[in-house]
Design a protein around this ligand. Sequence first.
Ligand code: SF4
Ligand code: SF4
Length: 291
Amino acid sequence: MLGMNYDSNQLTAKIKAWSEEIGFNLCGITDTNLSKYQTNFKASILDKNYNELTYLKNNLDKRLDPKKLMSGTKSIIVCALNYYQKPISPHISIYAQGDDYHKIVKNKLKELAQKIETHIGNFNYRCFCDTAPVLEKALAEKAGIGWIGKNSLLITKQGSFMFLGEIFTDLELQVDKPAKNHCGKCTTCLKTCPTKAIIKPNKINIQKCLAYLTTEPKSQNHLKIDLHEKFYGCDECQLACPWNRFAKLNTIFTPNQNLAKPYKELIAWDEDEFRKNTKGTALRYKNIKHP
Ligand code: SF4
Ligand code: SF4
């Protein structure tokens, strides 16, 4: 970034306008200070229920300090992309019913970074979408995109069916105010969860959470718990959230009709059928054969 000349206010405004042109629904900017989230995050991963999630403990320092993930990071651009669509199956999370989001979000982030480059010249950056130790929901909350709801997911005023992506950069941009929490007195997600996995606001027992049990290969508890016919993921606490009344149908992700099968058929798939039918979806990304 040395020698670069730009007006931070103007560039920040342009980044937000470009993010919209590229198709992101929300864009906010924050700094690297995650101290407010450290205690809670550390307490969660030390909980014995998280023992199987070793990847959360690995690189903990990088997760809690973005400067350790990319040295010289000064600002983080957080973007959100709506993926809401009418579910084609109650057995598979909506996010896994359409095209794999990782590449789509990352390509859009790169497009945004290239627009910045065209405007100010080369600068240091790295793009992330769910594949590196990044505390995504905390950064999104700090960047004003939405708040971490009682179901522990990021809720925005356009709903919670949003993929998040981040650009870490050494640019000095204008940061946004953190989002306020708008859950209020609502407890719908706690009451709706079929396994009562939300123990208290923003505290999930993952060993009861169907989103975890049906997607994590190391999870053994799926053998003991009624999966409520969930094949991959669970959206019940999101579908019930009143903020999702504002969710609009997305225009990017096409649902894969191969997944619109009765539960009995889905669980009867052998490895080959699983591979064939899940090709190109985020469900395939985890590459898990369901029990
Ligand atoms: S994802 Fe499903 S099981 Fe997990 S907390 Fe939400 S409703 Fe409960
Ligand atoms: S259902 Fe209610 S309490 Fe739960 S995340 Fe949505 S607004 Fe918050």
